[in-house]
Design a protein around this ligand. Structure first.
Ligand SMILES: [Zn+2]
Length: 132
């Protein structure tokens, strides 16, 4: 944990805790590289594209589209009451991809690839999206 909470050189850190607090308050936060513009939702110390550490913390769009997903019929304990659901990779409208889940999906016809979704502030664990 301590490694992940190291401040980056720009003095604008995003910790796992802050990221999770943001999610609970309805914000998806991550980084934008000031050098090349790459955007990433992750706790990173340097840009994976240009390897510079000039990162700024930004809030990303709450809407995007489903790139791919799997339907979960059997779930880990914290999601036990939520099955079935889709575990999805969503591309947000301003570029970065994020993994989240979409309740009430039991078959492929419930969720076409490319489906528009919106991040939903929720008491549920993880990052919840809903169809729009
Ligand atoms: Zn970069």
């Amino acid at each position: 944990m301590s490694n992940l909470e190291t401040e980056n050189k720009e003095g604008n850190p995003l910790t796992i805790k802050e990221f999770q607090e943001g999610i609970h308050q309805g914000r998806i936060e991550g980084y934008r590289c000031k050098n090349c513009g790459h955007k990433q939702i992750d706790i990173i110390d340097f840009c994976p594209v240009c390897h510079k550490s000039a990162l700024e913390k930004v809030e990303f769009a709450k809407e995007g589209k489903v790139l791919t997903y799997t339907i979960q019929l059997v779930a880990p304990e914290q999601f036990m009451n939520e099955v079935p659901y889709a575990w999805a990779i969503v591309e947000l409208d301003d570029g970065p991809k994020i993994t989240g889940w979409i309740p009430f999906i039991s078959k492929a016809s419930d969720l076409p690839v490319g489906q528009r979704v919106r991040f939903k502030k929720s008491y549920l664990p993880g990052i919840v999206f809903e169809k729009i």
